[in-house]
Structures are given as C-alpha cells and as structure tokens.
Design a protein around this ligand. Sequence first.
Ligand code: SAM
Length: 251
Amino acid sequence: MDETKDGTTHFGYREVPVDEKKKLVGQVFSSVARNYDLMNDLMSLGVHRVWKRYFVGTSGVKRGDRVLDLAGGTGDIAALLHERVGETGEVVLGDINAQMLGVGRDRLTDRGLVRGLRYVQLNAEALPFPDASFDLVTIAFGLRNVTDKARGLREMRRVLKTGGRALVLEFSQVKPEWFRPIYDFHSFQVLPRLGRLFAQDADSYQYLAESIRKHPPQEELQAMMAEAGFARCSHRNLSGGIVAIHSGYAV
Ligand code: SAM
C-alpha cells in the first residue's frame, strides 16, 4: 500500500500534502509533550505500562546488546530496554521531536539512567546510522505517525544486524465486534474531553483517535513488514487487538 501517492497522505481523517504531515505531527507532539505521560495513564487507566513491559519482555534482548528505540518520546521503552541490556549495552532513543526527546532525557536522567543511553533527534524515514548497527529496533506507538511507513520499515531493516529483530507496538484493529462501539465511544467522546480537561488540547486527542483508524490493520502491517525485507513476520494481539505487536527478523 502506498500511503503517500499523489503527493498527499492522511493526517487523521484529513488528506494533506505529504510535506505538511510532518509539520502537523510535530505540532501535536510539541503540544502534548509536557502532559504526555499523565495523559497516557488517564486514557488507558495505566494499561499502556503493561503493554510496554510485555512488549520489551518478548524482545529477547540480552545484556550487552545495542538497541534502537525509534519514536522513543518520553522514554518508557528505552528505560525498560536499558534494564535488559545493562550498562555494557547501549540504548539509542531516537525521536523527531525536540520537546518529546527533552522530556524523555530529563525523565530518565532523573531516574539515574545515564550510562548506556544516547539521545538522537532523527526522522525514522532516514536513519543516521550505518547498515547493520543494531541487534534490535523497536518502535512503540510511533509508526502510525510516520508519513512514509514503508520507508520507515525499510530503514529499520537496513540498520539491523543479521539475526536482529524489529518489533512494532501499535494501536491496531479491535477484533471482538461487540467491543467496537464501546471502543469508538471511548476514542471519540472520552479522549478529546480528557485532552481538553487535563492538557487543554482536545484536537491532539481527536487526531490520536482518527490516526488509529487510518493505521494499517494487523494483516496489512505484517505484509508491509515482509515487503520491507523482514523474514518470519508475525503479529500478536493484546487486549483484543486494541494494540498489536508485530515482529520481523533480518536474515
Ligand atoms: N514510544 C513512546 C511511547 O510509547 O510512549 C512515544 C510514542 S508517541 C505516541 C509518538 C512519538 O513519535 C512522538 O514522540 C513523536 O515525536 C514521534 N515521531 C513522530 N513521527 C516521527 C518520525 N518520523 N520519526 C521519529 N519519531 C517520530
């Protein structure tokens, strides 16, 4: 699927010029950065922490590994990865947005996590690393925001060492039919109101709900990973498909 054909792409439910999406996504995350962690807890009632811990738990990452967490934002995944690779390994937290990266760096530094962590402002579509640099590349709740997802996936494949693994944690398509109206109500009625109340920003949370619906569903994303050059591609639904973990290997 080419999401950027005809020079346009989607930003939530709006069709926008490709060049504009990056700017609009940038505005969303600059606006939410300060309240990002609080909002995650409120919106998911803390469940995002369970998803993230499980995600990193399935990574198979070992002490001494070199890992890249793309769209790493405020650092939840990087902190969990750091526990596993230890100070002899390295976690590179990459994000396009300076505000999100700044909150992440302050947060992890305040927790005493310094050695073995590096912060790089980057675009997931054009990674500033040589081929075959990492044992694991993760992206959690980030791929949805990348304009050219196929390009982002190819870049993830390129920077992985042979035998390395890519893991994507992302909102996906809810499977039980009966749950969909409840989930839609939460997404379109509750989230923007929480955003207005706690972050003085309803629009960013309306974008969140819309962007989830525009993201490729499980099977389509798995096919995109295979197309990007990953082997043994698979996915696993969590919480009935509210989120899914996609996995692929570099061989
Ligand atoms: N991974 C973190 C987490 O799970 O809490 C943050 C996820 S947050 C919803 C999405 C992040 O993706 C933001 O920090 C945003 O700046 C980043 N992002 C969006 N587009 C990006 C791109 N093209 N390259 C790198 N990061 C990007």
